[in-house]
Design a protein around this ligand. Structure first.
Ligand code: IMP
Length: 214
């Protein structure tokens, strides 16, 4: 089965390929320039892009996936959120770190709470006339400096919350069975990022909904 992933971001394709390969679904990148609507929620953006791309699907029996993500930083009232791509292009990771420079505490738990952030991904899948939407969230915090060369986008400045044995995220500052030990996504492997990833969670939601369609 082929799933066309509409994105210009090879990092996202790598994550989706890793995820769907376990289910016998082949992921192919679908390069299509959709007009992005001005909206303040990710779902509206994802669905608008999906709608524009559906008529261009190579085979109507194939699946088409759009996924829109953003980094929502607590002390910045959710900025950059839906403006994440724009914020990366303009101020970059360095600029985000500067905006949070004044927020630091000697106490690690307090430090992770005052620098709280979360990644949110909304995935929308079109398959044989039906559309499925799922959301994935990864809570965490913003690091004090850029870390590593892996991943893309905000990965060098985002440290995910630890997870319990079942893979559920714990509160900020709590020590869990699964931990990056203070490393940002940029400093861990793709396989390790997948344990925490907002995108992986959204795609898992899509797969679960797809199962109930068939
Ligand atoms: P998009 O609109 O879904 O492509 O994402 C908006 C911005 O957030 C882009 O500039 C991405 O690089 C960034 N972004 C989305 N997901 C991630 C992620 O998993 N890690 C780091 N940055 C991300």
């Amino acid at each position: 089965m082929t799933l066309w992933f509409m994105t210009g971001n090879p990092g996202k394709v790598a994550e989706a390929t890793e995820h769907f390969s376990h289910y016998g679904i082949e992921v192919k990148q679908f390069e299509f320039e959709a007009i992005e609507p001005q909206a303040d929620d990710l779902e509206t953006v994802a669905l608008a892009k999906l709608e524009q791309a559906i008529p261009h699907l190579p085979d109507p029996e194939d699946m088409l996936l759009v996924e829109d993500a953003g980094l929502f930083i607590g002390p910045l009232n959710g900025f950059p959120g839906v403006y994440s791509a724009n914020a990366l292009e303009t101020i970059g990771n360095h600029g985000v770190l500067r905006l949070l420079e004044h927020l630091q505490s000697e106490d690690p738990i307090m430090d992770s709470r005052i620098r709280d952030a979360e990644f949110v991904a909304v995935a929308a899948l079109y398959y044989k006339g039906q559309t499925i939407v799922a959301e994935g969230i990864c809570p965490g915090r913003i690091s004090h400096s850029e870390q590593g060369e892996n991943g893309f986008g905000f990965d060098p400045i985002f440290i995910p919350c630890d997870l319990d044995e079942s893979g559920n995220a714990l509160e900020r500052g709590a020590i869990g069975a699964v931990s990056t030990h203070g490393k940002a996504f940029g400093a861990i492997s793709l396989a390790e990022k997948q344990l925490y990833s907002h995108r992986r969670r959204a795609l898992a939601g899509i797969l679960a909904a797809l199962d109930s369609l068939e």
